[in-house]
Design a protein around this ligand. Structure first.
Ligand code: GLN
Length: 448
């Protein structure tokens, strides 16, 4: 009831939720109360969670922030969502996001922009902007977002929260609307490391519906939060401290954190990742290629919006897609089909695959030497709404530090690291070794 009241008071201005399941949530809360009294409640009993509008929840609408899925109702529940429901979480509603999770500011949604609760003239980050603001403004306790190139960590940073992207393949993608299938990860946005650890522990692990999920054992992350090794080897990305585009306060906050870590007795050293300049091109070539293929299923026939003006089948496909998809999604489909086209495939797609491999090798080498790699989550704090909408390249630059973890598959987390002079939250990003979320979370807890 507390969260529903906050939604009622704040959602009109912030636009974080696109659908609220009020009555259903209250009814479920009553059932769970009975189970608590009987001592049979699950581990998330009473945790009020919102889900990004890219996660299927049976018998509930799903639109991925797009007009093209207008009227679509999920036929099944995403594995990650089902697992938290099985532990008695309460799903309070569906959260606004960039269309098909493409964006860094939540300005690409068919449901309109989401506003940052720290300053409503600024963006909340994206694409899981609604999911971050919902937690920031106490409209739910935790959210589930998706992260293809930063969409959990970047909005968490802009809103002063914890955002975790697990290792690729840690959590099943079954029931997650696909953007770039070899990059996509579901991840929690929370106020505490403990909640992130508990949610991960419950959602992770093999699933017969997603063959890319790892069989690496799932650890009891929430029980292992006090197990930080005494003298860690910590690398920090040199460019992440020295690059010109970095907001000075973010640099200072980073430096202060590194100093504090040295005082704790850890080894702290700069790391050069000389492929950094190639990271955004690689990411945008590969994800647009994958997404142009993933989005081909939206043809106006099988799901959602169907154009009424078509004279024949080809026109039906064309019109439905022209009317249904927004500008950014169309831009990416065009880019993706271009890099996959016969004459350019080798020059772009194959090349980017090779660079991805090099990045993976270079990252693995960093982790042979270091336990963690630190960098800012974002080069600036939350920017004003409308600031970058005319210049997609500027917008893509907001992802400079977050995409590496998706390109190589490692886990990464954004934790709050103070506020700038205008009171806007800053984020610190920590990348860890594949499937070593236990250490990553424990270290994060030590730093928060
Ligand atoms: N901002 C990035 C993009 O637009 C990341 C999005 C995401 O992680 N879903 O692709």
């Amino acid at each position: 009831a507390y969260y529903l009241k906050n939604i009622e008071e704040k959602n009109a201005a912030l636009n974080a939720f696109v659908a609220v399941y009020g009555e259903e949530a209250l009814q479920r809360a009553e059932e769970i109360d009975r189970r608590i009294a009987a001592g049979t409640a699950g581990r998330l009993a009473g945790m009020v969670v919102g889900i990004k509008d890219v996660l299927c929840y049976k018998d509930h609408c799903l639109q991925a922030g797009s007009k093209i899925l207008d009227g679509f109702v999920s036929q099944f529940t995403a594995t990650a969502v089902q697992r938290i429901l099985d532990e008695d979480a309460i799903i309070i509603g569906r959260q606004n996001c960039d269309e098909f999770a493409m964006g860094s500011s939540n300005e690409n949604s068919a449901f309109g922009v989401v506003r940052n609760a720290a300053d409503t003239t600024r963006v909340p980050g994206g694409s899981s902007g609604g999911s971050a603001v919902a937690v920031q403004a106490d409209m739910c306790l935790a959210s589930l977002g998706s992260d293809t190139g930063g969409s959990v960590r970047q909005p968490a940073a802009f809103c002063g929260l914890i955002g975790l992207k697990p290792t690729y393949g840690r959590i099943s993608r079954w029931g997650l609307v696909a953007y770039g299938s070899s990059f996509d990860c579901i991840g929690p946005i929370t106020k505490s490391v403990e909640d992130a650890a508990l949610l991960l522990e419950i959602m992770a692990g093999p699933d017969e519906f997603d063959s890319t999920v790892s069989t690496q054992p799932v650890r009891a992350y929430s029980q292992l939060l006090d197990t930080v090794k005494p003298s860690l080897r910590i690398g920090y990305l040199r460019e992440g401290l020295e690059s010109e585009g970095l907001q000075p306060e973010i640099r200072q906050a980073m430096q202060a954190k590194l100093e504090a870590l040295r005082e704790l007795g850890h080894t702290v050293e700069p790391v050069d990742f000389d492929l950094l300049a190639y990271i955004l091109p690689t990411y945008y070539i590969l994800t647009t290629a994958e997404s142009s293929s993933n989005l081909s299923r939206f043809d106006g026939v099988r799901y959602g919006h169907r154009s009424v003006k078509a004279e024949d089948l080809t026109a039906l496909y064309k019109r439905s897609r022209s009317e249904g998809f927004g500008k950014e999604v169309k831009r990416r489909i065009m880019l993706g089909t271009f890099v996959l086209s016969a004459s350019y495939y080798d020059a772009y797609y194959t090349k980017a695959q090779k660079v991805r491999r090099l990045m993976k090798e270079q990252t693995d080498r960093v982790f042979e030497k270091y336990d963690f790699l630190l960098m800012p989550t974002t080069p600036t704090t939350a920017f004003p709404i409308g600031d970058k909408t005319e210049d997609p390249l500027q917008m893509y630059l907001a992802d400079i530090f977050t995409v590496q973890a998706n390109v190589v598959g490692n886990p990464a987390i954004s934790i709050p690291n103070g506020v700038d002079a205008q009171g806007l939250p800053m984020g610190l990003q920590i990348m860890g070794k594949p499937f070593e979320e236990a250490q990553l979370l424990a270290f994060s807890k030590q730093l928060t």
